[in-house]
Design a protein around this ligand. Structure first.
Ligand code: 8YV
Length: 328
């Protein structure tokens, strides 16, 4: 039995599964969080967490200060592939492993990206509103742009980016990409900067990890390069896009439209978006199916169980692969 701390409520399935195997402390249930941490921090071997889950209206970052409260911490297990809410570099310095849940959500998230892309370019949500508002009785819905012949520029061609590229090719789109480096085994056009990629793209799709390195990599200059016929899609993290610049570009028709599944302070959405007709807004549903959330939960539990047995967890994040031994 190891002692686990869950700072934010993950799904009932995750909570019940972990509670049958280990001692699970639910921080949000502690009547006095400070007192709980002062008395129990030394017993905690692993933190189990997830992105974007609020407690009392606030997100819980697993930053250096929080990590340092736990002198015997060995593992931070994340439910989700993105772990920008965890200071994984600081954890690695302290010899603490971080795991995430990649692969199992790749296809689901790529499907969501295609949903946003189709919706943004073909304006399906607006078309449905048009019908529901009874406007079809007076005139047909306006014609839209077509995916055929468009170039999809993917910012961050990782596992999810590649799954999106595969789908978009079936829709008749050409693919280009930008990332930290050119990938020799990839046939698509490579651009070294987001601005160059945007200039060559009809649709710019953000699929890179969040965090300080990628903050606002889509700024006013990139949106200007995308141009008045271009669309922006974001399924990664809200932090990658300069939201004020995006709102300005949409309000002044400097780009044609946007499809967003993520926002900088979600679940709060800037009300300026709600006034715009040319945006498709999803409430961060990228991986949100019963099947995929269950697969994510099972991988999370496997990471914890393997660590608890003294084995290397199956999905360590990049920063943790250098932590000596990768073992308990
Ligand atoms: C979920 C995600 O929102 O995996 C990610 O990085 O953004 C999504 O799958 C979330 O992490 C589930 O806790």
């Amino acid at each position: 039995m190891v002692e686990l701390l869950m700072p934010v409520p993950l799904s009932p399935f995750v909570q019940e599964t972990l509670a049958t195997r280990h001692t699970l402390h639910k921080l949000w249930e502690a009547p006095d969080e400070g007192a709980f941490l002062r008395s129990k921090a030394g017993d905690i071997g692993a933190i189990v967490t997830g992105a974007g889950i609020l407690v009392d209206g606030r997100a819980k970052a697993i930053d250096a200060a929080f990590i340092d409260l736990f002198p015997n911490l060995q593992l931070i297990a994340n439910h989700g592939v993105g772990y920008d809410h965890i200071d994984a570099a600081h954890a690695a310095q302290r010899g603490i492993l971080v795991t995430n849940t990649p692969d199992v959500l790749t296809d689901e998230t790529a499907d969501t990206a295609m949903g946003l892309l189709l919706n943004a370019v073909r304006r399906f949500s607006a078309a449905e509103r048009y019908l529901l508002d009874g406007k079809w009785e007076t005139a047909p819905f306006p014609l839209t742009a077509s995916l055929r012949g468009m170039t999809l520029g993917i910012l961050g061609l990782g596992r999810i980016g590649k799954a999106i590229a595969h789908r978009a090719e079936a829709f008749g789109m050409s693919i280009a990409y930008c990332g930290r480096h050119r990938q020799d085994d990839v046939p698509h056009a490579f651009f070294t900067t987001p601005r160059e990629l945007a200039a060559a793209s009809d649709v710019l799709l953000v699929a890179a990890p969040g965090g300080p390195e990628t903050r606002h990599i889509v700024d006013a200059g990139v949106l200007g390069a995308l141009g008045p016929d271009g669309f922006l899609i974001n399924i990664a993290r809200g932090s990658l896009v300069d939201e004020d610049a995006l709102l300005d570009a949409l309000e002044h028709r400097r780009i044609a439209g946007a499809g967003l599944d993520v926002f900088p302070s979600e679940p709060h959405v800037n009300p300026r978006f709600l006034q715009l007709g040319e945006v498709v807004l999803f409430p961060h549903v990228g991986s949100g199916t019963h099947r995929t959330r269950r697969d994510m939960a099972l991988l999370l539990v496997e990471n914890i169980d393997r660590w608890a047995k003294g084995d290397a967890p199956p999905s360590l994040v990049a920063e943790s692969r250098l932590v000596r031994g990768g073992k308990r």
